[in-house]
Design a protein around this ligand. Structure first.
Ligand code: MYA
Length: 585
């Protein structure tokens, strides 16, 4: 387990929490982690502005339709991006990078996302996941050997985890590396859906291996040109058509010992840690992409007149725009709070990044649909950007952890500390992890008094205390609901995915509200409450709506038709078709 963040809770001894979001499931709000709002580093701001300006300038010369036709963003574009410092944003300056914080990195990625989804994915595969492992876990020698070329864009990176039989169930990869007497590894296997496939020079690849007689995972740095490393056929994709998505084949590839990343056996942890980071990028990328959609939508509804007035004046149009603005404010707050947690050195942000990924990618999808709806018939035409945006972003809720799987992950790993806590006091016994997600609990029916009383948020600006109190109540209710589900289902909780989804949605909405409260508190403190009326209005609106979603999910945990839905699906599987014929065919 990663190092835990130590938090001094008022009036209580120092306690350890590994993650802010996980503590919410325990009914605790470790507010020192999220208040005050993480202030951006002023020295970094200038550099980010310059990098964003360079990105826009290069982007303005790129024609996204041409990229689709040629099916690549262009080697020249990559070269220019590299020369402008945009291919090694977080890489330390001594390796030729920009040394940006997670927050700085996210801000530049917002710009990429506003230019074109394909561009952001090519660069995201390269930096967010491709060589992130080398940056995080590489030895000094590996960093010196690989990072300068990667940060300058002279070389591109890729991330090779997914296999034909291991998509969401990433633990079950079958590629295998076998240790040789000379310390090298021989790798065999196959990967699929690998971005930058034929363009990449360096790949972080994952395989099974044996360590001390146990079956584990290993992370390897593969280089183009290694004997037996073959790039396979290209996929014909619905969107992101300029992303070079390929199969990779490993046929007795000899990987020298100096290309092992971290320790043999640590591979799965490395893969997950890299993905935790990548998932934040999809959240902040969604923020950037939605800003562009909102700009397009506002321009259109102000301009376009029907029934004698601008579309902007119709209530249903206002409702769509207001939804986009207020939800974007919540998502942006949540994503940048998460970046702030990473920058402050919190090591376990796995739940927060999964929350950003799920919330961001789904919000972006609905925002794109609504923006297109507002554009009317014209929005359906291919000379408008919407159809390409919709095709490009449709994969976001699927890759880097399918959202259903991420929801299960959020709920089950959130529940785990409470399950352990209850088992410590003799209420529940944790079983060995089995099943696909690997978090199981024994059910012991005896009830005892709760060990943890809910915390109240005290660091919020007084003008927001009403929402802070409401959120504190929701955190307490989240713990109550989690405990109740654990008691009711015991081991079977891993099978109750609809309930898991509700817990995941609740914790996401709580986290977003806390992020908004932290952000707006700091605005009030800097600028005063009176001049910040608009932010207050947005915060009020976002928190009230989020609170109502939380209430609705809590009530569905209590009372639902999950069993009926399950039965209907089983009947349909049995029939193999819809089966309720209204007419004779
Ligand atoms: S890349 C490939 C994407 N693939 C995935 O994301 C795979 C999804 N599956 C999983 O994440 C895992 O299999 C799950 C774990 C979560 C389901 N952090 O028994 P377990 C630890 C830290 O639960 P599993 C792509 O798509 C866990 O605690 N640790 O494992 C290209 C346990 O440790 P311990 C974690 O049942 C996209 C151990 O692992 C995490 O297999 C390109 C085993 O756990 C975690 N998260 O299920 C995108 N999870 O034993 C480009 C588990 O110590 C991005 N563990 O208790 C570009 C961005 C740009 C944006 C631009 C936008 C416009």
């Amino acid at each position: 387990m990663e190092a835990a963040a130590k938090v001094e809770l008022e009036g209580k001894p120092e306690r350890e929490v590994s993650s802010f979001a996980k503590s919410l499931f325990l009914g605790e709000i470790c507010e020192q982690l999220v208040f005050p709002w993480p202030a951006p580093d002023p020295a970094e701001q200038q550099r980010i502005r310059a990098l964003n300006a360079a990105a826009r300038e290069i982007g303005s010369r790129m024609d996204p339709r041409e990229v689709e036709e040629k099916r690549w963003v262009g080697d020249k574009t990559i070269r220019e991006l590299g020369e402008a410092g945009l291919c090694g944003l977080y890489v330390d300056e001594r390796y030729g990078g920009q040394g940006l914080s997670q927050t700085g990195y996210a801000r530049v990625f917002e710009t990429f996302a506003q230019i074109d989804a394909t561009l952001s994915i090519v660069l995201g595969v390269h930096q967010s996941i491709g060589f992130k492992g080398i940056h995080m876990y590489g030895t000094e020698e590996q960093r010196e050997r690989f990072l300068p070329d990667l940060a300058s864009g002279r070389k591109l990176a890729g991330f090779a985890l997914t296999e034909p039989e291991a998509g969401s169930d990433a633990y079950e990869i079958r590629s295998r590396a076998v240790l040789q007497p000379d310390g090298s590894w021989v790798l065999n296997g196959e990967k699929r859906y690998i971005g930058n496939g034929s363009k990449g020079d360096v790949f972080t690849a994952f395989a099974r291996c044996e360590v001390d007689g146990k079956d584990r995972h290993i992370a390897l740095i593969l280089e183009q040109g290694m004997k037996g490393f073959e790039v396979g056929e290209r996929y014909d994709t619905m969107g992101l058509r300029g992303n070079d998505l390929r199969r990779l084949y490993f046929k007795d590839v000899k990987v020298p010992a100096e290309n092992v990343l971290g320790e043999p056996g640590e591979g799965f942890r490395i893969a997950m840690q890299v993905l935790n980071n990548g998932r934040i990028g999809l959240g902040t990328g969604s923020v950037g992409a939605t800003k562009r959609l909102l700009d397009l939508a506002i321009d259109h509804v102000k301009e376009r007149r029907q029934f004698g007035r601008p579309l902007a004046e119709f209530e249903l149009v206002e409702e769509k725009i207001a939804w986009m603005v207020s939800h974007l404010f919540g998502l942006e707050s949540m994503c940048y709070l998460t970046c702030g947690l990473v920058d402050s050195g919190v090591e376990d942000y796995s739940l927060e990044s999964a929350i950003c990924k799920v919330s961001g990618t789904e919000f972006l999808w609905y925002a794109a649909n609504r923006a297109m709806q507002l554009k009317g018939g014209a929005g359906y035409m291919r000379d408008e950007p919407y159809e390409k945006i919709l095709r490009d972003i449709r994969i976001f809720p699927i890759f880097e952890g399918a959202n259903d799987v991420m929801r299960a992950f959020i709920a089950l790993s959130g529940m785990k500390p409470l399950g352990e806590k209850l088992s410590e006091v003799g209420e529940l016994h944790l079983g060995d992890p089995i099943g696909t997600i690997g978090v199981l609990f024994d059910y012991v029916s005896d009830r005892i008094a709760r060990q943890v009383s809910p915390e109240k948020i005290s660091l919020v600006h007084p003008a927001l205390s009403e929402h802070a109190d409401a959120v504190s109540g929701q955190v307490s209710a989240l713990r109550g609901a989690t405990e109740k589900l654990l008691r009711a289902h015991g081991h079977e909780i891993v099978e109750r995915q609809v309930q898991q989804r509700r817990l995941s949605d609740i914790v996401s909405d709580i986290y977003a509200q806390i992020a908004v409260l932290s952000r707006v508190s700091s605005i009030f403190e800097d600028q005063g409450v009176e001049p910040s009326g608009q932010e207050r209005y947005i915060a009020d609106t976002f928190c009230s709506r989020a609170a109502s979603r939380v209430r609705s999910s809590l009530s569905s945990i209590e009372s639902n038709d999950d069993e009926r839905m399950s039965a209907i699906a089983k009947l349909a599987y049995k029939r193999g078709e819809y089966g309720y014929a209204l007419f004779e065919d």
